[in-house]
Design a protein around this ligand. Structure first.
Ligand code: NAP
Length: 278
């Protein structure tokens, strides 16, 4: 029988999180959210990644709340927006997010970008929410090694997850190695490089060898690297395609071939430029 989206990653506090989740960035139309999430649930997705910045927590919450899958089987992530960082604002806007998502607790709360100004105060709020069991796990996004080393000097609880840009053009090998040593799970955002890598000869050729699309080859590469990954699509056929990666295995040589496509190319901002600016 074909395997489906069921693999779980155990975070350093023992909480389990689906390895293969679903991103909802840019979905702001309620109808589009409805069809997209229903299709994603149908093909097996249980983990959904939103953010205050995406301005779609309420429509995601509405669809999931009225959807066919019980709350306890879902894993919901949101992120505190840059302009909501700091102790009081993080706590206050977390409550708003929770209400918008129609939840009584959140599975994973993330700091969206590192902020020099609010660095420790935001994290203090996260630790409080974690202690109060309002969130099952806390983490960060876009933290470089030096940000995590700085956090370590004062944190009582270190992040369970670092959500970072990872795809074949931005493989992040040194940061991933560091995160593994620190027992912080890697979560890949823009895992498909927003479609910018599909034309790459090596991926097209591997697609022919394994009879899969370049998107499926890339997602399988994330899976075999042990990363959590959260592709976004609001096209029903692509949602199915992106879930259909459990009936083949990339060889060690082919994994290395994809690793070698790295050119340290970001599709999004550089965290070191954002950090002093927010
Ligand atoms: N923490 C952060 O700072 C951060 C930053 C960026 C993103 N994220 C999270 O990561 C999630 C994923 O990243 P992303 O949305 O930027 O990019 P992505 O998942 O790499 O790519 C999404 C794009 O690829 C297209 N696509 C998806 N599957 C495809 C397929 N099988 N064939 C061809 N095209 C396909 C989608 O088009 P259609 O939708 O039109 O099908 C969409 O335009 C986001 O939704 C968000 O939750 C986090």
């Amino acid at each position: 029988m074909k395997r489906a989206i069921t693999d779980q990653i155990t975070l350093h506090n023992g909480v389990t999180m689906p390895q293969h989740g679903f991103g909802v960035y840019k979905i702001t139309d309620p109808n589009e959210m409805g069809t997209t999430i229903h299709k994603a649930l149908e093909v097996g997705y249980r983990s959904f990644d939103t953010a205050q910045m995406y301005e779609n927590e309420a429509i995601l919450g509405e669809v999931l709340h009225n959807g066919p899958v019980p709350r306890r089987e879902l894993f919901i992530t949101t992120k505190i927006n840059n302009n909501n960082q700091g102790y009081d604002q993080s706590l206050f806007t977390f409550e708003e997010s929770l209400a918008d998502l129609q939840l009584s607790y959140l599975d994973l709360l993330l700091v969206h970008w590192p902020s020099e100004k609010h660095f420790f105060e935001t994290w203090r709020a996260f630790e409080r929410l974690y202690e109060e069991k309002m969130v099952q796990a806390i983490g960060v996004c876009n933290f470089q090694i030096h940000h995590l080393e700085k956090l370590k000097t004062k944190a009582n609880v270190m992040p369970m997850v670092n959500q970072i840009e990872v795809h074949p053009y931005m493989t992040q090998a040194p940061l991933r190695e560091y995160l593994q040593e620190q027992n912080i799970a890697v979560e890949a955002w823009s895992p498909l490089a927003r479609g910018k890598v599909f034309q790459e000869d090596a991926l097209v050729e591997l697609g022919q060898v394994y009879r899969k699309t370049p998107a499926q080859i890339i997602l399988r590469w994330h899976l075999q690297h042990g990363a959590i990954f959260i592709p976004k699509s609001s096209t029903p056929t692509r949602i199915e395609e992106n879930a259909d990666i459990y009936d083949f295995k990339l060889s060690v040589e082919d994994m290395a071939k994809i690793d070698s496509l790295n050119i340290n190319h970001r599709t999004g901002p550089d965290p070191d430029k954002v950090y002093p600016a927010i």
